[in-house]
Ligand binder design. Sequence first.
Ligand code: FES
Ligand SMILES: [Fe+2]
Length: 445
Amino acid sequence: MLSDEDNELLCRVGSGTPMGEVFRRFWLPALASSEMLQKDGAPKRLRLLGEDLIAFRNSNGESGIIGAYCPHKLAPLFFGRNEQCGLRCAYHGWKFDTLGHCVEIPNLPPNFDTNALKARAKIPGSPTKEAGGMIWVYMGPPDRMPELPHMEWLRVPDDHVYVARWLQRSNWAQGMEGEIDSSHISWLHRDLVPRTVDPPVMQTSPIAKGLVDGAPMMKLIERDYGFVYGARRQTNTGDYYWRVTQWMLPMFSMIPNDLWPRSGRAWVPIDDEHTSVVTYAYRADRPYTREEVDYIDQGNGFPPPLHPSVYTLPGGYRIDTFESIAVKENDYGLDRARQRNVNFSGIHATTDQDRALQENMPSAFGLGAGRIVDRKRELLVASDLPVITARRMLLKLAKDMREGIEPELPRRPELFHVRSTSAVTPEGDFESFLKARAGDLRAVN
Ligand code: FES
Ligand SMILES: [Fe+2]
């Protein structure tokens, strides 16, 4: 349970809000490099942290993310021309570079000195970097810009990484909370019959055994980056099936996936009511094979099968994104026969199962269903400890920010250099398990 005041503090991320400022101190994955491969290709419309933005790749291959509107008469730059190292507004031809500097004002007489006007015509622009198959953006004060976090998936070759992103029509926090809710995996994501489609190459650990025990024992240890937590399930052989997961501020997860070694997500706020869910999976040891990528693309784990889409946000701004075919309007493909015979939820893909619930929770503040869940009505229990801990840590950052105290974590990128793991072992104590698997848990590149 959370008061309305804390709920707003947790969820709202617009410019000037405390949590919005916290997010503006971290690098955020904005879009996949593959969405913008071509130099001088079509710009992409984004909204991040409530700001309308345009992303483009210039003639030199550099990416840029800048405000979406031309400062002259506020024409949307999406309709502009991406040419000769800049994005040229379609209305009167003013041109901007990847950081939003105005570099040409061609609709004035040749003897007019445009320098002062160009300086005033600067569009807010944010530095970008490319790593792990994503274009990352930093939207905070320039003098506080940190290094990229040292997550392992940002430090392996691109063909070792699989990334995708999709639209979730809810506030970022209720999506993110599902990520650290280990107990729901045994229920919402349970298969009633074993999946038969897994190619042998994907069968790397005994997930079916793990899911037998629907009331795992959970242990959580706070760390400077967030926390590490372990869910211990009894297997039918008398051993323990451990899943050890990290949650990293403000919204990154790292999960030992049973179908491929490690994966996780970033819950990137589009605005207070929409989220860009970035998912990644990677191998440290070798590139993914075509067979593996095809398997992931089919939506057998996550992500769901996705298609590129242009989504019109309330208010009319359109963003370039990806969506699953399972959406609110078709009840996420819920099939009651499948629910009786095949899986617990009756919905096919894992993340569609999550979204179905998270996009339809009742909202606080008179908002539409699923937008910002009304946390004062919740009844949390012991298995919700990770969620409670994450909220406490996030609220501390937001309250500190409100007092002018900057977060330290973004400036300690090495803290993100960790791995998740899963194992079947006779070891029943979490601290001893962590000690025994320390080599596994520290990224090695
Ligand atoms: S509105 Fe963009 S150049 Fe005039
Ligand atoms: Fe889930």
